[in-house]
Design a protein around this ligand. Sequence first.
Ligand code: ADP
Ligand code: TMP
Length: 239
Amino acid sequence: MEKLLYTGKAKQMWQTDDPEVLRVVYMDQATALNGKEKDHFAGKGEAANAISTLVFQYLIDHGITTHFIKKLSENEELVKKCDMVPLEFVTRNVVAGHFASRYGLEEGSALKEPVEETFYKSDALDDPFINESASVALGFATHEELAQMWGICRKVNALLTDLCAKAGMRLVDFKLEFGRLSNGQIILADEFSPDNCRLWDLETNAHLDKDVYRRKLADLTTTYDEVFARLEKAIAEEQ
Ligand code: ADP
Ligand code: TMP
């Protein structure tokens, strides 16, 4: 019997007959301010699933080990069940969002090198910033595992910065999550969609990500559909 294990802000995680496999359902829902604002958007789950499964397959095709098994339906995928590392790995290429507000900067300037930040995944605490020594001291990961996960983030940044540029978009920043398989292996998990990255049009700087919802700029589902179409075309043109 399938059992609902978890309902998050964007997805549901369902147990399957295979104890090592989860079914992920992308919901027609978007949240802002760590869940304090929540709205329904028809078609959003399909669009986020389409983008994330496309991107994870692209990463797998380029040598990155991930939890992705297959797209199951318009709004569902199958993934390898992980014990999640309770950290969010944020990479920033361009000044935006909280990095801009924290340091009193205008959004939009390119950073001299990517900024790498980890946050402790806790809605109750509003995902506080956490450094390497605290992450290790609290037992979330070892120094070696953190180095391994940041190594994967750098590969993802290189691959997706390039791909997004071919799709006419600037990869401003993004958040990744990792998990451990039952044998301890660390793999890339969760999702990659405009829910957890910033994408700006290369020519106009128009927002093509969840900021259109956070800042009330445009329709969320239409924006995500456009991101999918651009990425799909860019990948097809690479082949
Ligand atoms: P949130 O928990 O932040 O509201 P979601 O709505 O996206 O986020 O819920 C998905 C949850 O599933 C997240 O907590 C994420 O860490 C977790 N998760 C992602 N991939 C896997 C996986 N392969 N195995 C187990 N849990 C996962
Ligand atoms: P920030 O500027 O709000 O810190 O966000 C940086 C990037 O990380 C942005 O692409 C959104 C993503 N992100 C998440 O996906 N989840 C989160 O909880 C946070 C804080 C950021």
